[in-house]
Design a protein around this ligand. Sequence first.
Ligand code: NAD
Ligand code: ZN
Length: 256
Amino acid sequence: MTFDTDLKGAQAHLAKLLDEAAAAVAFTGAGISTECGIPDFRSPGGLWTQNKPIPFDVFRAHKAARNEAWRRKFAMEEAFAAARPGRGHMALSRLLERGRLAGVITQNIDGLHQASGLPDAALVELHGNGTYATCLDCGTRYELSWVKARFDAAGGVAPDCPACGGPVKAATISFGQAMPETEMARAEALTRGCDLFIVIGSSLVVFPAAAFPLKAKKAGARLVILNREPTEFDDLADLVVRTEIGDVLAPFALQA
Ligand code: NAD
Ligand code: ZN
């Protein structure tokens, strides 16, 4: 394992690994979006320290939990709506454009990879997408503006699905909710087919998502972990970089 906190050294090492790779895959977490004004979960002061997430079964079973989930969601909405892609997002999008990256697997739900120009075909959203909602029973899609109008009009009560009466939930995967099958299969294929796997801004504690770096390493890929704080998998990595994601990746948006 090479441990690099020196910016130039880390960039050179990462560039070399990318040069040597036939198929590189990036795996992103909340850390790539913090410079865009969206707090992560587990940094000091992150969302986790303020509110423990509401598990899926609790959301489904209790109206009060749904009201609280939507209250939190709308409280965060301004930050999400104002966020623009950061230096990390831009670098990945450019690397993909230049054929240097096979794809991006993300745990994020903020839509910033798409906003950076990354095509849907190259992006796997493991934890869904928070920019719209669906009915948990019949699958009907509802826009956030639709939910918000009814939530506000009812004084903070979450609307149920007009079509079937089911609970309406943001289209993200909550703790305890089944993982999306197609996305899991696509992530699996990208992971098995890569020879370089680059973790960017993830504490690697949320499973099953965090199993992908392990799978990649076991299948013979080189593993890079770019994260401000240590992770459980650092010992397995070929390169660990503990510094700002945007600072490290910025030049990769420019290089040929
Ligand atoms: P996490 O909060 O558990 O970990 C983020 C990691 O990124 C931390 O270890 C932190 O040290 C590091 N980090 C933060 N900013 C950084 C920076 N600028 N440079 C370098 N490192 C930085 O996030 P996770 O592992 O993605 O797991 C959290 C879960 O919460 C995921 O499932 C994700 O879907 C969800 N989530 C998503 C968003 C989003 O969409 N932007 C935000 C919060 C949480
Ligand atoms: Zn319904």
